[in-house]
Write a protein that binds this ligand. Structure first.
Ligand code: NAP
Length: 233
Protein backbone atom coordinates (compact mmCIF):
# COMPACT_ATOMS: atom_id res chain seq x y z
CA UNK A 1 0.00 0.00 0.00
CA UNK A 2 1.14 3.60 -0.57
CA UNK A 3 1.26 5.64 2.63
CA UNK A 4 2.37 9.16 3.48
CA UNK A 5 3.63 9.95 6.94
CA UNK A 6 3.55 13.69 7.52
CA UNK A 7 6.20 14.54 10.10
CA UNK A 8 9.96 14.02 10.30
CA UNK A 9 10.22 13.79 14.10
CA UNK A 10 10.65 10.61 16.13
CA UNK A 11 7.04 9.52 15.48
CA UNK A 12 7.28 10.06 11.72
CA UNK A 13 10.58 8.21 11.60
CA UNK A 14 9.36 5.31 13.74
CA UNK A 15 6.05 4.83 11.90
CA UNK A 16 7.54 5.18 8.43
CA UNK A 17 10.36 2.78 9.31
CA UNK A 18 7.86 0.15 10.48
CA UNK A 19 5.57 0.64 7.48
CA UNK A 20 8.50 0.25 5.08
CA UNK A 21 9.66 -2.86 6.97
CA UNK A 22 6.17 -4.28 6.43
CA UNK A 23 6.58 -3.78 2.68
CA UNK A 24 4.56 -0.59 2.17
CA UNK A 25 5.70 2.22 -0.09
CA UNK A 26 6.22 5.17 2.22
CA UNK A 27 6.74 8.86 1.61
CA UNK A 28 7.64 11.10 4.54
CA UNK A 29 6.27 14.64 4.39
CA UNK A 30 8.06 17.78 5.55
CA UNK A 31 7.79 21.55 5.02
CA UNK A 32 11.08 21.84 3.17
CA UNK A 33 12.99 18.80 1.92
CA UNK A 34 16.28 20.70 1.49
CA UNK A 35 16.08 22.14 5.00
CA UNK A 36 15.35 18.87 6.77
CA UNK A 37 18.39 17.22 5.12
CA UNK A 38 20.59 20.28 5.71
CA UNK A 39 20.02 20.17 9.46
CA UNK A 40 23.03 18.29 10.90
CA UNK A 41 22.40 19.08 14.58
CA UNK A 42 21.24 16.62 17.22
CA UNK A 43 17.88 17.56 18.75
CA UNK A 44 17.17 18.67 22.34
CA UNK A 45 17.08 15.00 23.43
CA UNK A 46 20.44 14.22 21.83
CA UNK A 47 18.86 12.32 18.92
CA UNK A 48 20.72 12.16 15.61
CA UNK A 49 19.54 14.49 12.83
CA UNK A 50 16.95 13.34 10.30
CA UNK A 51 19.61 12.93 7.59
CA UNK A 52 21.53 10.39 9.71
CA UNK A 53 18.33 8.39 10.26
CA UNK A 54 17.49 8.56 6.56
CA UNK A 55 20.95 7.23 5.60
CA UNK A 56 19.71 3.91 7.05
CA UNK A 57 16.20 4.20 5.51
CA UNK A 58 16.86 5.21 1.94
CA UNK A 59 13.87 3.19 0.70
CA UNK A 60 11.64 5.86 2.29
CA UNK A 61 10.90 8.77 -0.03
CA UNK A 62 10.96 12.30 1.37
CA UNK A 63 8.76 15.01 -0.15
CA UNK A 64 6.83 18.14 0.73
CA UNK A 65 3.66 17.67 2.78
CA UNK A 66 1.71 18.29 -0.41
CA UNK A 67 3.59 15.82 -2.66
CA UNK A 68 3.62 13.19 0.09
CA UNK A 69 -0.16 13.45 0.61
CA UNK A 70 -0.80 13.38 -3.14
CA UNK A 71 1.19 10.15 -3.49
CA UNK A 72 -0.66 8.16 -0.83
CA UNK A 73 -3.78 6.09 -0.26
CA UNK A 74 -3.54 6.52 3.52
CA UNK A 75 -1.99 9.55 5.25
CA UNK A 76 -0.62 9.69 8.79
CA UNK A 77 -0.52 12.99 10.65
CA UNK A 78 2.62 12.85 12.80
CA UNK A 79 3.23 16.59 12.94
CA UNK A 80 3.60 18.79 15.98
CA UNK A 81 0.14 19.25 17.48
CA UNK A 82 0.51 23.04 17.66
CA UNK A 83 1.22 23.07 13.92
CA UNK A 84 -0.92 20.20 12.59
CA UNK A 85 -3.64 22.44 11.15
CA UNK A 86 -0.98 24.43 9.29
CA UNK A 87 0.83 21.29 8.11
CA UNK A 88 -2.41 19.74 6.83
CA UNK A 89 -3.36 22.93 5.00
CA UNK A 90 0.01 22.59 3.23
CA UNK A 91 -0.75 18.94 2.50
CA UNK A 92 -3.83 20.25 0.73
CA UNK A 93 -7.56 19.52 0.71
CA UNK A 94 -7.51 17.98 -2.77
CA UNK A 95 -4.62 15.65 -1.89
CA UNK A 96 -6.47 14.38 1.19
CA UNK A 97 -9.95 14.14 -0.31
CA UNK A 98 -11.70 10.78 0.34
CA UNK A 99 -8.55 9.41 2.01
CA UNK A 100 -8.00 8.05 5.51
CA UNK A 101 -6.00 10.35 7.78
CA UNK A 102 -4.62 8.47 10.77
CA UNK A 103 -4.11 11.27 13.28
CA UNK A 104 -1.55 10.45 15.98
CA UNK A 105 -0.94 14.06 17.04
CA UNK A 106 -1.59 15.57 20.45
CA UNK A 107 -2.50 19.19 21.15
CA UNK A 108 0.39 19.71 23.57
CA UNK A 109 1.46 23.28 24.29
CA UNK A 110 5.01 23.50 25.67
CA UNK A 111 5.16 27.29 25.37
CA UNK A 112 4.72 27.76 29.13
CA UNK A 113 7.33 25.12 30.02
CA UNK A 114 6.84 21.71 31.59
CA UNK A 115 4.48 20.03 32.03
CA UNK A 116 2.75 20.96 28.76
CA UNK A 117 -0.91 21.94 28.70
CA UNK A 118 -3.55 21.12 26.07
CA UNK A 119 -4.36 24.02 23.75
CA UNK A 120 -7.71 22.45 22.89
CA UNK A 121 -9.76 20.27 25.28
CA UNK A 122 -13.06 19.62 27.08
CA UNK A 123 -15.64 20.52 24.44
CA UNK A 124 -13.29 20.11 21.48
CA UNK A 125 -10.22 18.17 20.35
CA UNK A 126 -7.53 18.40 17.71
CA UNK A 127 -8.98 15.32 16.00
CA UNK A 128 -12.35 17.07 15.65
CA UNK A 129 -10.77 20.30 14.47
CA UNK A 130 -9.00 18.38 11.71
CA UNK A 131 -12.20 16.52 10.76
CA UNK A 132 -14.17 19.80 10.60
CA UNK A 133 -11.49 21.52 8.51
CA UNK A 134 -11.24 18.51 6.14
CA UNK A 135 -14.81 17.21 5.88
CA UNK A 136 -13.98 15.07 2.81
CA UNK A 137 -11.18 13.25 4.66
CA UNK A 138 -11.82 10.28 6.94
CA UNK A 139 -10.02 11.16 10.16
CA UNK A 140 -9.21 8.29 12.53
CA UNK A 141 -7.51 9.16 15.79
CA UNK A 142 -5.30 6.48 17.33
CA UNK A 143 -1.81 5.73 18.71
CA UNK A 144 -1.66 9.17 20.38
CA UNK A 145 -1.76 7.63 23.87
CA UNK A 146 1.49 5.65 23.56
CA UNK A 147 5.14 6.48 23.06
CA UNK A 148 6.59 6.28 19.52
CA UNK A 149 8.54 3.06 20.16
CA UNK A 150 5.51 1.36 21.66
CA UNK A 151 3.35 2.34 18.66
CA UNK A 152 5.16 -0.20 16.50
CA UNK A 153 6.45 -2.58 19.21
CA UNK A 154 3.59 -3.15 21.66
CA UNK A 155 5.46 -6.04 23.29
CA UNK A 156 7.81 -3.49 24.86
CA UNK A 157 5.11 -3.44 27.55
CA UNK A 158 4.27 -6.97 28.71
CA UNK A 159 0.77 -8.43 28.80
CA UNK A 160 -2.47 -6.91 27.60
CA UNK A 161 -2.77 -3.15 27.22
CA UNK A 162 -4.95 -0.94 25.08
CA UNK A 163 -5.12 1.37 22.12
CA UNK A 164 -8.15 3.46 21.21
CA UNK A 165 -9.87 4.37 17.93
CA UNK A 166 -11.99 7.47 17.30
CA UNK A 167 -13.55 8.33 13.96
CA UNK A 168 -16.79 8.82 12.06
CA UNK A 169 -16.27 6.22 9.33
CA UNK A 170 -16.49 2.55 10.33
CA UNK A 171 -14.63 1.14 7.32
CA UNK A 172 -11.74 3.61 7.81
CA UNK A 173 -11.49 2.58 11.45
CA UNK A 174 -11.40 -1.05 10.33
CA UNK A 175 -8.52 -0.31 7.91
CA UNK A 176 -6.59 1.46 10.67
CA UNK A 177 -7.30 -1.43 13.03
CA UNK A 178 -5.77 -3.84 10.47
CA UNK A 179 -2.70 -1.60 10.22
CA UNK A 180 -2.35 -1.60 14.01
CA UNK A 181 -2.68 -5.38 14.12
CA UNK A 182 0.11 -5.57 11.50
CA UNK A 183 2.27 -3.55 13.94
CA UNK A 184 1.72 -6.28 16.56
CA UNK A 185 -1.29 -4.92 18.48
CA UNK A 186 -3.83 -7.57 19.50
CA UNK A 187 -7.21 -6.93 17.90
CA UNK A 188 -8.98 -7.55 21.23
CA UNK A 189 -6.92 -4.76 22.83
CA UNK A 190 -8.00 -2.08 20.35
CA UNK A 191 -11.05 -0.30 21.72
CA UNK A 192 -13.32 1.60 19.31
CA UNK A 193 -14.59 4.54 21.36
CA UNK A 194 -16.97 5.85 18.69
CA UNK A 195 -17.05 8.99 16.56
CA UNK A 196 -14.31 11.60 16.30
CA UNK A 197 -15.63 13.55 19.31
CA UNK A 198 -14.30 10.68 21.45
CA UNK A 199 -10.80 11.94 20.61
CA UNK A 200 -11.45 14.41 23.46
CA UNK A 201 -11.07 11.48 25.83
CA UNK A 202 -7.78 10.16 24.47
CA UNK A 203 -6.20 13.59 23.99
CA UNK A 204 -7.15 14.40 27.57
CA UNK A 205 -5.23 11.33 28.76
CA UNK A 206 -2.05 13.22 27.90
CA UNK A 207 -1.84 15.28 31.12
CA UNK A 208 -1.91 11.95 33.01
CA UNK A 209 0.53 10.33 30.54
CA UNK A 210 3.03 13.16 31.00
CA UNK A 211 2.87 12.85 34.79
CA UNK A 212 3.25 9.06 34.65
CA UNK A 213 6.33 9.58 32.51
CA UNK A 214 7.67 11.94 35.19
CA UNK A 215 7.03 9.41 37.94
CA UNK A 216 8.25 6.31 36.09
CA UNK A 217 11.16 8.15 34.40
CA UNK A 218 10.64 6.29 31.10
CA UNK A 219 7.86 6.06 28.46
CA UNK A 220 7.43 2.28 28.26
CA UNK A 221 4.05 1.99 29.94
CA UNK A 222 0.45 1.97 28.76
CA UNK A 223 -3.15 2.00 29.88
CA UNK A 224 -4.93 -1.31 30.39
CA UNK A 225 -8.71 -1.15 30.72
CA UNK A 226 -9.97 -3.90 32.98
CA UNK A 227 -13.69 -4.50 32.49
CA UNK A 228 -15.77 -5.86 35.38
CA UNK A 229 -19.34 -7.16 35.57
CA UNK A 230 -22.02 -4.62 36.50
CA UNK A 231 -23.65 -5.58 39.82
CA UNK A 232 -27.14 -7.14 39.39
CA UNK A 233 -30.33 -5.47 40.60
N1 NAP B 1 6.95 11.56 20.72
C1 NAP B 1 6.09 10.57 21.00
O1 NAP B 1 6.48 9.49 21.48
C2 NAP B 1 4.63 10.77 20.69
C3 NAP B 1 3.69 9.81 21.11
C4 NAP B 1 2.33 9.98 20.76
C5 NAP B 1 1.94 11.07 20.00
N2 NAP B 1 2.88 12.00 19.63
C6 NAP B 1 2.45 13.13 18.80
O2 NAP B 1 2.97 12.90 17.49
C7 NAP B 1 3.26 14.15 16.85
C8 NAP B 1 4.71 14.14 16.35
O3 NAP B 1 5.59 14.12 17.44
P1 NAP B 1 7.19 14.09 17.23
O4 NAP B 1 7.77 14.13 18.60
O5 NAP B 1 7.57 13.03 16.30
O6 NAP B 1 7.54 15.42 16.41
P2 NAP B 1 7.28 16.98 16.63
O7 NAP B 1 8.60 17.61 16.90
O8 NAP B 1 6.18 17.22 17.60
O9 NAP B 1 6.78 17.40 15.17
C9 NAP B 1 7.68 17.38 14.09
C10 NAP B 1 6.95 17.68 12.81
O10 NAP B 1 6.09 18.83 12.94
C11 NAP B 1 6.30 19.69 11.83
N3 NAP B 1 6.10 21.11 12.18
C12 NAP B 1 6.64 21.77 13.24
N4 NAP B 1 6.26 23.06 13.21
C13 NAP B 1 5.52 23.22 12.09
C14 NAP B 1 4.84 24.34 11.51
N5 NAP B 1 4.86 25.56 12.06
N6 NAP B 1 4.12 24.12 10.38
C15 NAP B 1 4.07 22.89 9.80
N7 NAP B 1 4.69 21.80 10.31
C16 NAP B 1 5.41 21.97 11.44
C17 NAP B 1 7.77 19.47 11.45
O11 NAP B 1 7.95 19.82 10.10
P3 NAP B 1 9.39 19.79 9.39
O12 NAP B 1 9.59 18.37 8.98
O13 NAP B 1 9.24 20.72 8.26
O14 NAP B 1 10.40 20.25 10.40
C18 NAP B 1 7.96 18.00 11.70
O15 NAP B 1 7.67 17.25 10.55
C19 NAP B 1 2.97 15.23 17.88
O16 NAP B 1 1.69 15.76 17.65
C20 NAP B 1 3.03 14.48 19.21
O17 NAP B 1 2.22 15.09 20.23
C21 NAP B 1 4.18 11.88 19.96
Amino acid sequence: MKLAVLGTGIVGQTLSGKLAELGHEVTLGTRDVGKVFANKATDQYGRAPFSAWHDHHQEIHVATFSDAAASAEIIVNATNGMASMNALEHAGHANMKNKILLDVSNPLDFSHGMPPSLWVSNTNSLGEQIQRAFPDTKVVKSLNTVNAGLMVSPSLVPGDHNLFLSGNDASSKQKVRELLVSFGWKDKNIIDLGDITTARGTEQLLPLWVRLMGTLQHPYFNFHIVVGNPPKG
